[in-house]
Design a protein around this ligand. Sequence first.
Ligand code: ATP
Length: 599
Amino acid sequence: MTRAILWFAGGIRLPLIFAAGALVAFMLPLEGPYAIRLLTQVAIYALLGIGYQFVFGLAGAFSLAQGAFFGVGAYVAALATLQWDWTGSFTLPAAVLVALALATVVAVPVLRLSTHYFALATLGIAQVLLVLAIGWIDLTGGSNGLAGIRPLSFAGAQLEGWSAMVAVWCIAALAGLALYQIRRSLIGLAFNVLRTDPYAAVAAGVRSERLRFWAFLASAGLAGLAGALQVHTIGVVSPEVLDFDIMVRCLVICVVGGVARTSGAIIGAFLVVLAPELFQVLEGYRLLAFGALLLLAILFFPEGIVGGLEALRARWFGRPRFTQKLPTLRAPGRSLLATTRPVLGLERVSKNFGGVVAMESVTLKVGRGEIFGLIGPNGSGKSTLVDVVTGLTPADEGRVIVSGEDMTGRSATRLAQRGVARTFQTVHLHPQLTVLDNVAVARIGDLPGGLLGTLLAIGAEGRLRRARAEAVAILDALGLGGDALRPAGSLPPGAQRRLELARALARNPELILLDEPAAGLSEPEQAYLAERLRVFKTRGLAMVIVDHNLGFLLGLADRVACLDQGRLVSIGTPDQIRRDPAVIAAYIGRSAQPQEAGR
Ligand SMILES: Nc1ncnc2c1ncn2[C@@H]1O[C@H](COP(=O)(O)OP(=O)(O)OP(=O)(O)O)[C@@H](O)[C@H]1O
């Protein structure tokens, strides 16, 4: 009994969901075959919802094209059956491939758009397809659609009733497993970070565009498959499959069921298919009751039904204990901090924002194993320089050279791959993730096999374990090993800054740019950070450090440059900088002498 309670308390269990759903279905006052048909519909919508979880749940992209891919899959399967007499063995792959091809074509222009424009563009795709389905009468049968589509059949065996239901549930279960697998992998971590904080994703070297692209494709392929299964089940297709109604159901499935979760998609699918049936007795008020139910679900379960059930479980059984085991510390195969060459060169780099000159013809070099300080009054262009070097802001003029390679105008992801890492003036971490996983995610750049490997579950857990083991080594090097299993958001501000540094180091960089690493740190914390940075320097790491705390920076840097109104007014050793009239003038011009805080 205790074991059973613990099993239930351990998480939202899929078998429970299946059993409860099946029970509800068979308790309905329905004939057997009708119940089977409804359960097949639940599986189809679960598959559609699982697909939508990839783009909406994992990648956090508000696509409104999921219904359109469903419709495309439905029409492809219908036409292939009617025109060429294809069986399910061919219609299903064809539906997936056409949906994938369409998604690939539209992904290139559409995925660049930011949230609401992205939503509108994907809605536009759906509308174009709907108009085509209605207008291209010769092919699609226009508003009447096409009828007489054969049930599913594979290798001569026709699947109807029970067998069709089991086949569709098996397909949905495989898709659900793939989603489950990805959520628990290093790629799942990366999705989690990219959804929560795009800057944290950039800093961790997550290739956000690529992940979004794969998620969009996965959602389209699964929607196409669901559409094909739908026409084989009901035998007809009409423009209704491209209607916005399907898209609304997708949203209801994921939002009300639980975002990004396989169980959420399945619960949501049961809800959208079975609830209207349950309300049949209300006749004309059926839709009203369904709407009221959805409203209540959203009000009482803002995290979806799965989130709500988990909250209840936490209340009854306490929060699930952190089962994640701390990986044993082992030295990384090769030094994470080793570097090979002199690293950064800026050649006459300029950057304007409208009329504001943020950088004007800045030229400097940073060598291997050098700590290079960057000072200047507020608004002098220090953060802009960091953004330009890390690819967050493109330079207007000049060249950015990294380890001998011209990286001018390259994306932040490309620069991260080239060995440039950074921290931010305002900390960008995933507050709910553990300290350990905030660092482990940055090992994603070294991931062999990528998304396909994860989907096929090839060593996915092993990779995550390895990433975590390497993260432990780095956390230990920064005195954060003891906090590894705490949520990052619960760390004090100073430790959060060190955590950002740990994440940057996990990228195995040649160059790190630290934007105000000592801000908000106590004196002992500053001393500890300075001591650590000196250790990394001895391993060849090049560092550019921006800080207003001159006591900290001048005591640490090998060379320092001073910016004023975007121009480089002085460069030299800390002693030279302290005495340079141009530096003093720059600060006095801003009504303050350079204060050697901490001295
Ligand atoms: N995205 C932007 N749009 C418009 N102006 C900007 C933008 N980013 C920076 N600026 C302007 O560019 C100039 C340099 O800003 P920057 O943030 O690089 O200075 P900073 O030296 O880092 O300042 P602080 O020490 O206060 O952080 C400022 O005048 C700032 O207002």
